[in-house]
Design a binder for this molecule. Structure first.
Ligand SMILES: C[S@@+](CC[C@H](N)C(=O)[O-])C[C@H]1O[C@@H](n2cnc3c(N)ncnc32)[C@H](O)[C@@H]1O
Length: 265
């Protein structure tokens, strides 16, 4: 791993340690993303009864708990943040479930069982990887043949657009305003960018849909499903303008999150 990527991981690790409390159970199954149908509706996961599951970027452990409640026999998780892992261990133990947790980045496959799991998944974590090809190859190596890999993240279009309220003039006065989504970014650019969450710097890359699909193909997966949908609930809301990065107004025009389901060949 290059020093640049190491520095990003170390900065993100510190920030996720500081953010752990604010992200307690925030993005966890059955939720797979923002304003998209839930796993209860999508039914992407196979029957988990007696299955071994592994979450890459397990955060506070709420998704692992959901897997246990759906019959999973063995719970494994990995996260870069020790603080998140402490929270996950506490949550799972207090719920009566045992788990095996690894404190390491998803780019690193040290000590993780190979050809072992029925299901490997990530709920809103894969985007933090500094090496998507390696991370997806790691996922493939953990799965048994025919095993299922599911991951969700921001839809790449989300990073490319902004909201704008434009004044419509009639004569010499404004008669109305029109709310628009403007394409202000560059879909082709996969460079790193840094932003702040509650004062903590985080760095990641926006990736094209094809980057994920090609990485899956190169790692020996067959893609079974790609979900690009907005939930019925959000679509049925009044079409009032709403602001914010994950605004409903945007969700009515394109999916804010994307989910991939693949099978190891
Ligand atoms: C939005 S949270 C995921 C929440 C999780 N799905 C749950 O059920 O609680 C994203 C997680 O990714 C972790 N993360 C960030 N970069 C990572 C990396 N390179 N490798 C592993 N985990 C990482 C963060 O520490 C954080 O816990």
């Amino acid at each position: 791993m290059q020093t640049f990527e190491k520095d990003i991981l170390s900065q993100n690790e510190k920030s996720w340690n500081a953010l752990a409390e604010d992200f307690f159970g925030v993005t966890a199954l059955p939720i797979l993303g923002c304003s998209i149908p839930t796993e209860d509706e999508l039914k992407l996961f196979p029957d988990l009864s007696g299955k071994s599951v592994f979450e890459m970027g397990c955060g506070s452990g709420h998704s692992l708990k959901w897997c246990a409640e759906h019959g999973a026999k063995e719970l494994f998780g990995l996260d870069i943040s020790e603080q998140q892992l402490l929270t996950a261990k506490k949550l799972l133990n207090e719920s009566g479930y045992s788990c095996t947790l690894f404190h390491q980045p998803m780019e690193d496959n040290t000590n993780i069982p190979q050809n072992y799991f029925d299901v490997v998944y990530s709920v809103y974590a894969i985007g933090w990887s500094t090496d998507i090809e390696k991370t997806i190859k790691n996922a493939a190596s953990y799965l048994k043949s025919d095993g299922i890999y599911i991951f969700s993240w921001d839809h790449p279009l989300l990073h490319c657009v902004d909201l704008e309220s434009v004044a419509i003039s009639g004569g010499n006065r404004t008669v109305a305003t029109e709310d628009r989504i403007v394409f202000s970014g560059n879909y082709l650019e996969e460079d790193y960018y840094t932003f702040e969450k509650i004062g903590n710097p985080l760095t990641l890359q926006n990736r094209k849909v094809s980057t994920y699909i090609n990485a899956l193909a190169d790692a020996g997966f067959a893609v079974e499903r790609v979900v690009e949908e907005t939930s019925e609930k959000v679509l049925a809301k009044s079409s009032e303008f709403s602001s914010g990065y994950y605004a409903d107004f945007k969700a009515k025009h394109f999916p804010l999150s994307i989910v991939f389901k693949a099978r190891k060949l």
